[in-house]
Design a protein. Structure first.
Lengths: 312, 312
């Protein structure tokens, strides 16, 4: 049973190392949705995404001995950068197992944040095998990007900060990928909201969380053909029970709806945000008739995009 | 002689109709420049640019009779949209003379904000002739986008707000186009700064303001081949004397430097900003050795860009 006090302590712990990101609003998006929307701008977070929160909390929970031996993860996305930067800020080594076909720009970003890259064959089995080898060889602690309670609590601090500014939110929308952000957000809403419901946005193309909630067991994706590249991962045994207990529903959206929502965020709010962030807004727009005149929070998860490969 | 009280009154007048835009900072840009930079984010202003301020002030200074007959301007850029939206918000008609070759997206934006478009041949003479005709026929008041004291005072409220948050700025950087923003910023720095100097950023390709300050008379541009499409216009007889008196210097930058600065704003600060906004940052980066350990403000003028035509 996770306690409210755990999330409060986590927030105090990581606060000096993260940005308290702003909450922005948009007249035009309020008009389009017929509701009052409050965007928690984690695209302005350090290294450009909420993952900085969970990575920082996970490292800060290690003993001095564990810190001395470093941390390791496998990721080709934001968590690789987040763990690298959080580790560097805290004076800890970070080993990052990346698939050999990861874009050079992502490898450069990890190196820029001080992470030590171990390349491997681009399969999940090989990624895990290489990470296990680092754990064996270096004594480093493995940190999973989403299926780790300390990571989940860290991600939940974004929702906590949002509810501190807007305590009367009726709903919070979050994108669903590996499940860390939405599980953390659900805990924050449960502990700090006043009957605040949590809703996930998920691409039809990778709707494993939607299907998992229906079947009651963790489903996976046969293919992952979505522009929201942060959402291709699947749920885990630590975050899934939290999601089952505290998430109201998941709304699925098409690729066209994601890109249209992303365009709104860029053109109307002037925010550089990832397609994954736009998924939550797309979900609200899709079912807006259910949220008229409500107060809705949306977690804009991050802003790390390749400007040379925009979908519009 | 323009008085401090005029700028104070202007700000009070327009405050209910504009956004008090946030001031953001970036650790990485501070590292790159070796200085503390405070970005005044007018890309978050209503309709996406500082021009909303001046347009609002100009209309609010009209008599009831003048308001009843509407306003007119010629512009193919942000001021067309700003005057349209400001007029709509204040219940006034806006006639916008636009060159027939203006992009459809800009015409649509003006229409979206309620402006009434009059198309004309794409020459400055034809634009002025058509605007004059509207003045004659409708009795509308002509509002120039930059060479109008009420517009200049309105634009100056961005710098005033910035100095309210950061009163000890040593410098404020502004892009230089038609001269309205930098003249207003210079007045704000003069009235509200503590020895705060104002520096302009200008593309080499349209360096009329740089040359005007050297020659002591208003120069024009033989060609206007710059990515910073908001800066193609030239100074006027109302803003030029203010600029001569209160602007410390103008730093010219290349197209490559503008695009690199724009990329920094997008990739590192996650801000959708126009190339014109990036010109001011590019100027600071170019001569950063002169500003080490100073406190520098930068006016990010706007964020209205065509996402289909990005320079990177």
């Amino acid at each position: 049973m996770i306690q409210k006090e755990q999330l409060i302590k986590c927030h105090k712990r990581i606060a000096p190392h993260i940005h308290k990101t702003p909450v922005l609003t948009s007249r035009i998006i309020n008009e389009i949705t017929g509701t009052s929307v409050f965007f928690k701008c984690e695209n302005f977070q350090r290294m450009g995404a909420f993952k900085m929160r969970g990575a920082t909390n996970a490292i800060m929970q290690l003993t001095e001995q564990e810190r001395a031996r470093g941390v390791v993860t496998h990721s080709s996305g934001n968590f690789a950068q987040a763990l690298s930067l959080a580790a560097k800020s805290l004076g800890v080594k970070a080993f990052i197992v990346m698939p050999s076909n990861a874009p050079q720009v992502k490898k450069d970003a990890v190196k820029g944040y001080g992470g030590q890259i171990i390349e491997c064959e681009p399969t999940l089995a090989e990624r895990q095998r290489n990470a296990d080898a680092i754990v064996q060889k270096e004594g480093a602690t493995f940190v999973h990007s989403s299926n780790d309670l300390n990571v989940i609590l860290g991600q939940g601090t974004a929702g906590k900060e949002l509810l501190e500014i807007q305590p009367e939110l009726d709903y919070v929308f979050s994108p669903v990928g590996g499940g860390g952000l939405i599980a953390g957000t659900a805990l924050a809403a449960h502990f700090f909201g006043h009957h605040c419901k949590v809703i996930g946005g998920e691409p039809f193309e990778v709707d494993d969380a939607y299907r998992s909630l229906q079947s009651g067991r963790i489903e996976s994706n046969a293919r992952t053909n979505t522009v929201a590249d942060g959402l291709k991962t699947q749920l885990g045994d630590i975050n899934f029970p939290i999601i089952q207990q505290h998430v109201d529903k998941i709304i699925r959206v098409t690729e066209t709806e994601i890109i249209a929502a992303m365009r709104l965020l860029w053109e109307r709010m002037k925010l550089v945000t990832e397609a994954s962030s736009a998924v939550a807004l797309a979900a609200l727009i899709k079912e807006r008739e259910h949220f008229v005149e409500k107060k809705v929070g949306i977690i804009l998860s991050g802003g790390n995009v390749d400007l040379g490969k925009l979908p519009f």
